[in-house]
Design a protein around this ligand. Structure first.
Ligand code: NAP
Length: 228
């Protein structure tokens, strides 16, 4: 029997691991879809397609035209539009949708978290003069530009074009490390006093939480239910 066709909505480490395991099984012909946010994504097992579909109708048409037997939503928990599009598109196309949602992190002994529901609340909580590590995507930075009294160390995968619009900032280019010691060294090198991040769950971004715990750093953490 020929392998069945699966479309993985990806962009996460978990999606890449899933693509590899389904591809290796020989039971599935795997296509992973990426939004195209990262300039040079790592190669994935199976086929890759890049770019938006043009909303739920475009995604439904893509599913039908390519004859997928199943769709798996393995996107980042904060990527909410594509997840709701996937629900609508799979209904329209009459194809089953499997949702692989990471569980959020839970606060542990030694963590100093302030959980917030919006980026505005996160920015307002930072004390004047603080040195803040922003582990957020570039689309989540606006509220922090309104705090010229803080210094921001901003981690991004790709170098941004043009002026960042911050009164005082430094860039750290690259993906988060999965190594707690590496994240701790980074926080120490930049004399970080506060970490701001989202509660994304999963292992790929957890080292920064462990590093903050080790250094007893206050963490301002955005809930997954948050209004971004
Ligand atoms: P989003 O707000 O949910 O989606 C915005 C639009 O981007 C969607 O309407 C869709 O465009 C397109 N899109 C998103 N994911 C796509 C995918 N996997 N394949 C094709 N098109 C996609 O998404 P986002 O928060 O910008 O995240 C974009 C991608 O980055 C996702 O794949 C996600 O897994 C990954 N990612 C996101 C974050 C994060 O913090 N949000 C972190 C790590 C990785 P159309 O409506 O035109 O189809």
């Amino acid at each position: 029997m020929p392998p069945k066709k699966v479309l993985i909505l990806g962009g996460t480490r978990e999606a890449a691991e899933l693509a590899k395991s389904l591809n290796d099984s020989g039971d599935w012909h795997v296509t992973t879809s990426l939004a195209g946010r990262t300039k040079t994504p790592l190669p994935l097992a199976g086929e890759t397609r890049i770019g938006g579909f043009g909303g739920p109708d475009g995604l439904a048409a893509f599913i039908r035209e390519n004859g997928f037997d199943k769709v798996i939503d393995a996107t980042h928990p904060f990527a909410k539009t594509i997840s709701s599009n996937a629900v609508a598109a799979c209904q329209t196309a009459g194809v089953p949708l499997e949702i692989r949602q990471r569980a959020p992190w839970k606060m542990q002994v030694g963590d100093h978290w302030t959980v917030v529901e919006s980026l505005k609340e996160a920015a307002a909580l930072l004390p004047s003069g603080s040195r803040v590590f922003l582990a957020l995507g570039r689309q989540y930075l606006d509220e922090f530009r309104k705090r010229p009294d803080c210094h921001f160390v901003i981690r991004m995968v790709d170098r941004p074009e043009g002026d960042m619009g911050f009164a005082s900032h430094e860039l750290v280019l690259g993906k988060p490390s999965a190594n707690r010691v590496a994240e701790q060294s980074l926080f120490e090198e930049f004399r970080i006093t506060h970490l701001v991040c989202r509660n994304s769950g999963g292992m790929s971004g957890y080292a920064k939480i462990e590093a903050a715990r080790k250094l007893a750093l206050p963490v301002v953490i955005l809930n997954n239910t948050a209004d971004q």
